[in-house]
Structures are given as structure tokens and as C-alpha cells.
Design a protein around this ligand. Structure first.
Ligand code: SAH
Length: 608
């Protein structure tokens, strides 16, 4: 079972608040989600069905204080994959009934018991195995994995049919279970890192107690290949430079990953160990940027951890030395007899991968889009959910919420961008998962360029080892254009009217050229209190080249509460219509406006 996220405790009205707070006290970091306009709690939502589906899809455990029927109908469209469901419980709003609904394999019955105990009622447990044994033997705690679910189900039905079982190995979580367990029993629950041999009378549970250390020194050149692109989707630039070389590098990388995976699997096989017993893959810190290793760990479905190779080794260091440097628990070393650069550590107990060496730090620069959650790309949401640390201008960090209490927020004043970028690298190079938040798109007058500048001008090799990625977002010009119609339907440019980071003379020259070229222009940072005259000056220049009846779209707080959209002509436009939360799109000579049902503005794709 994965580490349990704190549940979302969801209420519809004030009548449920007291019971919700009681339940909240059981789960550190949990939040009470309340229907907007009806009751106030920690997080507001506007529509129950959409909110529950969103939580469910993200794997968040749900405790809904409302009728079971409502909860079932809300999540019903998502109920196809039994394996992936989070715990879902319905609780009567006065706390008088606790009904586990979904997530039998994710611990829903454990939660039902906990919540019912806190509310002094009996949980409505319906799972037969649970009823009989007081625990779900198919749901081992974190750090343990069931060898085979199908076998598990058969095993439990045998137990339900009246058979008893022995327990072999360390299974502390079964100590309180009401399992009949005479030593003579035919059936056995076996807790072991050894692979299950297919015997029907055994339920095998693997403790994640094996660490595989790998060194790449003895591999052929290509195995250590550093491929410049991180994600296939981001490979665009490299592809256009040399498509073939890039594809070859990717192929070499995939091959190298497959070889590392095969070596680890072979070594486990030789020692009769199950793949599910593997807790982590361990490599030398120098290999942190090796993409083949990362892919191999992903294929093996385990975290990749790093430790510095001890320096006092004549032969460049062996995987056994790495294990020694990284592991803080007692273990036995199992060697790969064929000298393939793999060594296994086998510990008597499950090993928490977070305690082994350290992870490669991550820095992801994301854009939130203009403001509303629907306009944030899913990759940005994922990055936020996975982050340990979140940096950005306070307003944007608030927009990125709700965040979990275990996530550290480092809000700062808007004007300290380089300092914030360096801070992000400091955190990420220490192994943290950092998200840097921008509004709109992070690469449009925002943090991505500052982050890259910080990296470019630093000679800190630990910063270069950070897994850096940039997730695009819906920029204000796109969000505003979409609401107005399609004013960016033909050639356009984006200009920032702020002269904080460039001389005003450059802005004037660009405006003149863009206006002359008949480009549609999207103005970011059009005015601010510190820059009161610049917009009027800019409009004077544009008016030298464009007619007074040119269409202008003004989007203010687009995608945010109270957002407004206006269309005026260039002749009508006054700088008092515009503030720093406004996007100004000045049309070209062909941009037109019409009313059909509603008003639309667009720039045709052609010229006459
Ligand atoms: N990275 C951001 C832009 C940051 S510059 C993006 O891609 O959208 C800040 C400027 O963007 C503001 O002065 C304003 O002109 C514009 N802007 C940002 N969010 C906006 C919104 N929700 N509605 C209208 N304009 C917005």
C-alpha cells in the first residue's frame, strides 16, 4: 500500500461541521472541504460531484459527510479500475453512522474503524474477511507487497470456509488479527523476500527489504549516455537540430535502461528474491543525471536513490561499497556472481527508501494559467501534488492551493526573482522536489527565464545535477483571446511594456516595428503605479500606424473571480481603462468584430 494521503473531509452544510472536525483530529494534515456559500471550513468547493471526482481521480481518500447515495452517484463514472481506488467513506452528518464504500485494498475498513471509534459508533463493515479476522490480510501495511492478488483472494476464501493458517516470518500487523493460527495448519501466510513458488496453500507477502546497488563503470560507453532531452514531449529543439542523432541517443538510453533492469532482475533471480521485495535502486551520486538509470528504476517500479562512492577505493568502487555508504540498517550483502556491477543488500525488515542515501532533487517551473483550476494543465497539477517545496510570489502560491500541510511554502515579494530562482536550486540540489510557480505560462515574462539564467550563470555542479523541467501554461494573451474569439488568429507578437528590465527606447523601437508590420500586439504589464505614462506613449506610437477604428480587446482578471472582457476601438482606448491586471490586445488592420448571438472579435487567417 502506498503511503496514505491525508483524507479530504467533505461537508455540504453547517450541520456536519462538528463531526467533520472530530474526524479531522484523527488525521494530521487533513482538511475540511465545505460547499461554498453554505458553510466555511478549510477549503471551499463549488460543486460536490465535480469536487469528489477530482479528489477521487487524484487518489485522495474521501470522507463525505452525506448520504451514501449521493457519494456513490458522484464517483460512479470513475469506478472502473478496482486496483487504483482510494478509500471512500460516507459518514452521517451527525456522526451516527460510518459506512466504508470503496477502497477495500487501500485501507477503507481501517479508516472506518478509526472514525467510528472516534465518534463512538460501530462501523458498517461489510467485507467478510475483515469481519471474521478484524483485518484485511490482503492489505499489508506500507513497506510490504502482496505477491499475487488472485492467489490472495483464493486464500482468504479458504480461510472464510473455515481453514486456519500459520504465520511464518515477521508480520507484526497480524498480531491483533483474530486469525485461527495453529502450528499444524495446512495454510500459511509467509512473509518473505523470496519469490512465491506458486504453491496454492501459501499467501506470500514480500517485505520491501532488498536494495540493489548498481555501478556503470564496467558497461559499454553508451550505457552511461547522457541524453539531453528529458521528456519525449520536450525533445522538439534537439530533434530539429539533429533528429537522427537524437533518436539514436534515445534508443541507446532505452537499451542501457533495459540492460540495467535485466541485470538487477537476474541478480534477484539468482538469489531467489522477488522483484516486489525490491525497496530501491541505488547508484553513485556522480550518476545523478544518468537518464538510463532513471528509466531502469521506473521500469523496476522503485525509487532511485544516490550515495557518494567512498573515495578510498582502488578499483573505482564497487556496488557493495555503495550499499555500505548508504544503508543505515543491518543487512547481508548478496553479490552478483557474474560480476555485472550489481550487489544486493538484504535486510531482515522492510527498508524505507527515504532513509537510503538521497533522491535526485527536482525543480519544476510551472505556469498556473490565468487563474481558474480548469485552465491549469494537468502536468502542473501533478508537479504541485508531488512537490515538497513551493516557491513563488505569494498571490500565485495562494492560487496554486489547496496545498498540504507537509508542503513547505516559500512565498516572496515579486521583485526578488533571481534570488528566488537561486533559492529554488539550493533546495532542489539538497534533494527536495521544488515547484516554482508563475502565473500564465512560466516562459512568458515569468520565472522560467530567471531560473535558467540562475543556472546558466552558476558554476555549482550540484545545481546542474537537478532534474529541471518547465511545464507550459495558458498565457494571459491566450486566455483573453479565447474569451474574445480569435484576435490572435493571424501573425501576432507579445510585448511587455515594462521598462524595469529593458530601456524604454527598445520598447519604442519594437512597438514601431510591430505596428508597421501590421502584427496583432498583446501587451503584458501595460501600466503600473510606478510606470504611469508608458501606456499613453505606447498608444501614441501605435496610432501613428493604425486607424482609430482598430479593434482592441481588454481582458482584466481573466479566469479569476470578477474577470471582465471589453472591446473598444483604438480611438476610444484610454489608459484609465487599463491597469496592471489587464491584458491589452491591439488588433491588426484586418481584425474585425461582429455580433451573432454574442459579440466576437477575430483576425482572419488571410490577407486580401
Ligand atoms: N507569465 C504570465 C505573464 C506575467 S506578466 C502569463 O503568461 O500570462 C503579468 C501581466 O500579465 C499582467 O500585467 C497582465 O498584463 C497580464 N495578466 C496576467 N494574468 C492575467 C489575467 N488573469 N487577466 C488579464 N491579464 C493578465
Amino acid at each position: 500500500m502506498a503511503r496514505m494521503m491525508p483524507p479530504a473531509i467533505v461537508i455540504l452544510g453547517a450541520g456536519a461541521l462538528a463531526a467533520a472536525r472530530n474526524i479531522q483530529a484523527l488525521y494530521p494534515d487533513s482538511l475540511v472541504h465545505a460547499l461554498q456559500g453554505r458553510v466555511q471550513a478549510d477549503v471551499a468547493y463549488s460543486e460536490l460531484g465535480a469536487h469528489l471526482r477530482d479528489l477521487y481521480a487524484r487518489g485522495t481518500p474521501i470522507v463525505a459527510l452525506c448520504a451514501t447515495g449521493i457519494v456513490i452517484r458522484c464517483v460512479a463514472p470513475l469506478l472502473s479500475n478496482k486496483g487504483a481506488e482510494p478509500p471512500v467513506l460516507a459518514v452521517a452528518e451527525d456522526g451516527s453512522a460510518v459506512v466504508p464504500l470503496l477502497g477495500g485494498l487501500a485501507g477503507v475498513n481501517v479508516m472506518a474503524r478509526e472514525i467510528a471509534a472516534a465518534l463512538s459508533v460501530s462501523p458498517a463493515i461489510t467485507t467478510s474477511g475483515e469481519l471474521r479476522f478484524g483485518t484485511c490480510v490482503l492489505n499489508p501495511p506500507e513497506g510490504y507487497a502482496l505477491a499475487d492478488l488472485g492467489q490472495g483472494k483464493r486464500f482468504v476464501s479458504d480461510l472464510l470456509a473455515g481453514e486456519s493458517t500459520r504465520v511464518e516470518g515477521e508480520a507484526p500487523w497480524l498480531d491483533d488479527a483474530q486469525l485461527p493460527r495453529p502450528a499444524s495448519a495446512r495454510l500459511a501466510i509467509r512473509v518473505t523476500p523470496r519469490a512465491w513458488d506458486g504453491r496454492a496453500d501459501e499467501l506470500v507477502i514480500h517485505p520491501r527489504s532488498v536494495v540493489a546497488a548498481v555501478t556503470l563503470g564496467d558497461l559499454r560507453e553508451s550505457d552511461g549516455a547522457r541524453v539531453t532531452s528529458r521528456l519525449p514531449a520536450q525533445a522538439g529543439a534537439a530533434v530539429s537540430r539533429d533528429a537522427n542523432a537524437h533518436t539514436r541517443a534515445e534508443e541507446a538510453n532505452t537499451e542501457a535502461a533495459a540492460r540495467i533492469e535485466a541485470r538487477v532482475r537476474a541478480c534477484l533471480d539468482v538469489h531467489g528474491l522477488a522483484l516486489l521485495s525490491l525497496a530501491a535502486l541505488l547508484a553513485s551520486t556522480e550518476q545523478m543525471t544518468n537518464t538510463a538509470l532513471a528509466e531502469a528504476a521506473a521500469r523496476l517500479n522503485v525509487p532511485l536513490r544516490f550515495a557518494p562512492m567512498p573515495a578510498d577505493n582502488d578499483n573505482g568502487g564497487s556496488p557493495a561499497h555503495l550499499l555500505h555508504a548508504a544503508l543505515r540498517v543491518p543487512y547481508e550483502t548478496l553479490h552478483d556472481d557474474r560480476g555485472q556491477g550489481v550487489a544486493l543488500a538484504l535486510s531482515p525488515l522492510a527498508i524505507d527508501p527515504d532513509t537510503i542515501g538521497r533522491a535526485r532533487g527536482r525543480l519544476t517551473v510551472i505556469g498556473l494559467g490565468p487563474g481558474s483550476a480548469e485552465l491549469m494543465v494537468p502536468a502542473a497539477r501533478t508537479a504541485l501534488d508531488e512537490a515538497t517545496d513551493i516557491l513563488g510570489y505569494d498571490t500565485y502560491v495562494k492560487m496554486a492551493g489547496p496545498l498540504r500541510a507537509d508542503q513547505r511554502v516559500h512565498g516572496t515579494d515579486n521583485h526578488e526573482e533571481m534570488q528566488r530562482a537561486r533559492h529554488a536550486f539550493e533546495l532542489a540540489s539538497a534533494g527536495r522536489s521544488v515547484v516554482m510557480v508563475s502565473s500564465g505560462d512560466p516562459g512568458v515574462f515569468a520565472m522560467a527565464a530567471a531560473v535558467l539564467e540562475a543556472l546558466d550563470t552558476s558554476d555549482n555542479s550540484a545545481w546542474a545535477a537537478v532534474e529541471l523541467s518547465i511545464v507550459p501554461g495558458v498565457s494571459a494573451a491566450m486566455a483573453t483571446a479565447a474569451q474574445a474569439g480569435a484576435p490572435l488568429g493571424h501573425d501576432f507578437c507579445m510585448l511587455s511594456l515594462s521598462d524595469n528590465l529593458k530601456p524604454w527606447s527598445i520598447i519604442e523601437t519594437r512597438l514601431r516595428h510591430a505596428a508597421q508590420a501590421d502584427l496583432v500586439m498583446a501587451f503584458y504589464n501595460p501600466v503600473s503605479r510606478a510606470r504611469p505614462w508608458q501606456l499613453d506613449k505606447a498608444l501614441d506610437i501605435v496610432r501613428e500606424y493604425r486607424a482609430a477604428n482598430t479593434q482592441v480587446v481588454l481582458g482584466r482578471d481573466i479566469g479569476r473571480p470578477g474577470g471582465t472582457l471589453r472591446t473598444v476601438t483604438l480611438g476610444e482606448l484610454r489608459s484609465v481603462n487599463v491597469d496592471m491586471r489587464t491584458m491589452v490586445i491591439v488588433g491588426s488592420s484586418t481584425t474585425r468584430r461582429f455580433i451573432k448571438g454574442t459579440q466576437w472579435v477575430y483576425t482572419p487567417r488571410w490577407y486580401q
